[in-house]
Design a protein around this ligand. Structure first.
Ligand SMILES: Nc1nc2c(ncn2[C@@H]2O[C@H](COP(=O)(O)OP(=O)(O)O)[C@@H](O)[C@H]2O)c(=O)[nH]1
Ligand SMILES: [Mg+2]
Length: 273
């Protein structure tokens, strides 16, 4: 008992001195209760190890993550209106205890209800997109089956929205073929430099609600510089898109980004785009 307490005290001292917090390079020594990472995760442009090639049982899956209220559902709604004309499209939503987002999308006629599935995670939403993705995999497979009956010639595309997460959450590559991470300016212009795997490693970082930047005093230049630094690697920086989904600003860029990646992954089976 005494030795356990002593080792805990030593560890805490090490944390305070910054010895266990090598990556932040910040002014303050910070507590981190378990592992120490060399960096907050790096953006990689080449992920061929993760890429799937067969979308027969589960369509090309686009994970849309980000904090609560950043505009994920608004983006899904805007994208469905564009993408449904081009590909067999399904949507999976995640909420903790409700089907709120799926109901919102159905009410707003994003898609016919048979192409929307709701996952109730019952606990921390990040677990269902990262630790145990089985409920989401099942929902995606189920939708793919339904979509195939409508259009067997073209690979399905599935937008999978996570429940509102924290900065430590990003989709597992086991579930998402492409990852979008949505933050918004109202969270403060500090958010990009806080890092976390969604910010550093998502295939595209979307900074939404730029229409509110002036009202909340967010400096978009600072956000862009910090995002580029956090998403940098030896060959450059991962893409960041500034958007106002509500005002249809940059939604087309996001649509194009998805379609390019979908077409490249599904190749001959992507139909006419
Ligand atoms: N001003 C503004 N509001 C937005 C924008 N995008 C979404 N919202 C609003 O932000 C709120 C939360 O959006 P929602 O899509 O539900 O966020 P989610 O929790 O990430 O799915 C809603 O009231 C949206 O109408 C935007 O670009 N500008
Ligand atoms: Mg939502």
């Amino acid at each position: 008992m005494r030795s356990t307490l002593a080792s805990l005290a030593t560890r805490r001292l090490a944390c305070r001195s910054g010895a266990l917090n090598r990556h932040n390079g910040g002014t303050f020594a910070a507590f981190r209760s378990h592992y120490s990472y060399a960096n907050p995760g790096k953006w990689q442009s080449d992920r061929k190890d993760y890429h799937r090639h067969d979308f027969e049982d589960r369509g090309y899956t686009v994970g849309i993550g980000g904090p609560v209220g950043s505009g994920k559902t608004a983006l899904v709604l805007a994208l469905t209106k564009r993408l449904a004309k081009k590909v067999p499209l399904g949507v999976v939503t995640n909420d903790i205890f409700t089907q709120e987002d799926a109901e919102f999308l159905t009410r707003n006629k994003a898609l016919p209800s048979q192409f929307i599935r709701a996952v109730e995670t019952g606990g921390c939403p990040h677990a269902a997109i990262r630790e145990d993705v089985s409920a989401n995999l099942t929902a995606c497979e189920d939708l793919t089956e339904v979509l195939k009956k409508e259009n067997a010639a073209q690979s399905a595309l599935i937008l999978c929205e996570s429940g509102g997460d924290n900065l430590a959450a990003n989709f597992s590559r086991e579930l998402a073929d492409l990852t979008l991470y949505v933050i918004d300016v109202a969270g403060g212009d500090k958010i990009p430099r806080k890092g976390g795997p969604g910010i550093t490693q998502s295939d595209v970082l979307i900074i939404n609600k730029i229409d509110l930047a002036e009202a909340v005093g967010a400096d978009l230049e600072v956000m862009k510089t910090d995002a580029d630094v956090m998403r940098s690697n030896d060959s450059g920086s991962g893409p960041t898109i500034f958007a106002s989904v509500r005002n249809d600003i940059s939604v087309e860029d996001i649509e194009n980004f998805i379609m390019e990646n979908y077409a490249a992954a599904t190749k001959g089976n992507a139909g006419n785009q």
